[in-house]
Design a protein around this ligand. Structure first.
Ligand code: FMN
Length: 200
């Protein structure tokens, strides 16, 4: 296990620092280094769940989900969201705040196409976040869509979308000895990232 004794590298571009940390986490985490907690707010009530980061670039961070789900309907009304990565092997945390926006159909289509057939069927079969009376109901739904798409390409359901989280704040947190941790916060104004340190 890596223990960081060095302060966070001073880099102007938070995406460059994100890439360094993420690449290292991909090498060291046992599973799901791309797992991130997504928080949404509905009627002033925050709600958190884990989703997977599927891509990122200078524009932001992309995950996929069912737009009719609890998170999807929350984002439709209030697209202020927060993301949180915690990499235990690195003693590091990254916190992101920003706005979630649905990605273009062509981006979502091409990602959907790359998914295993079983996952594509799953996207059609699961009415995510709705009440489920029994496991059989879900299995019946899967069977129904397996029959429907037998020997056919499976199109992306229109309710299954990618979301780009455009960050306006990114915080890098690194554990240091005796809890004297290092924190750097990047805030974006008019496309310029400004950094400052915070007390741990
Ligand atoms: C490791 C992990 C990865 C997950 N990845 C996703 C994902 O990429 N997309 C998704 O919709 N749900 C994912 N889930 C399930 C969500 O955490 C959540 O249960 C589901 O999306 C329903 O959330 P909601 O009812 O708040 O909308 C994942 C769960 C775990 C534990």
């Amino acid at each position: 296990m890596l223990k960081h004794k060095d302060l966070i590298e001073q880099i102007k571009d938070p995406f460059e620092l994100f890439k360094k940390w993420y690449d290292l986490a991909c090498e060291t985490e046992i599973n799901d280094p791309n797992a991130m907690t997504l928080s949404t707010v509905y009627n002033n009530q925050p709600s958190s769940r884990v989703v997977l980061l599927k891509s990122y670039d200078q524009n932001g961070f992309v995950f996929y989900t069912n737009s009719n789900s609890k998170k999807g309907t929350s984002i439709q009304i209030n697209n202020n969201v927060a993301l949180n990565f915690h990499w235990k092997t690195q003693n590091r945390q990254i916190r992101i705040e920003g706005n979630a926006n649905i990605v273009s159909d062509s981006i979502a289509d091409s990602y959907f196409k790359s998914r295993p057939r079983g996952s594509q069927i799953g996207a059609w079969s699961s009415n995510q976040s709705a009440d489920l009376s029994s496991r059989e109901e879900l299995l019946d739904s899967i069977e129904k869509f397996e029959k429907k798409f037998k020997d056919k390409d499976i199109p992306r359901p229109t309710h299954w979308n990618g979301y780009l989280v455009i960050p306006r704040l990114i915080e890098f947190w690194q554990e240091m000895p005796y809890r004297v941790h290092d924190r750097i916060i990047y805030t974006n104004t008019d496309n310029i990232w400004v950094t400052k340190k915070l007390y741990p």
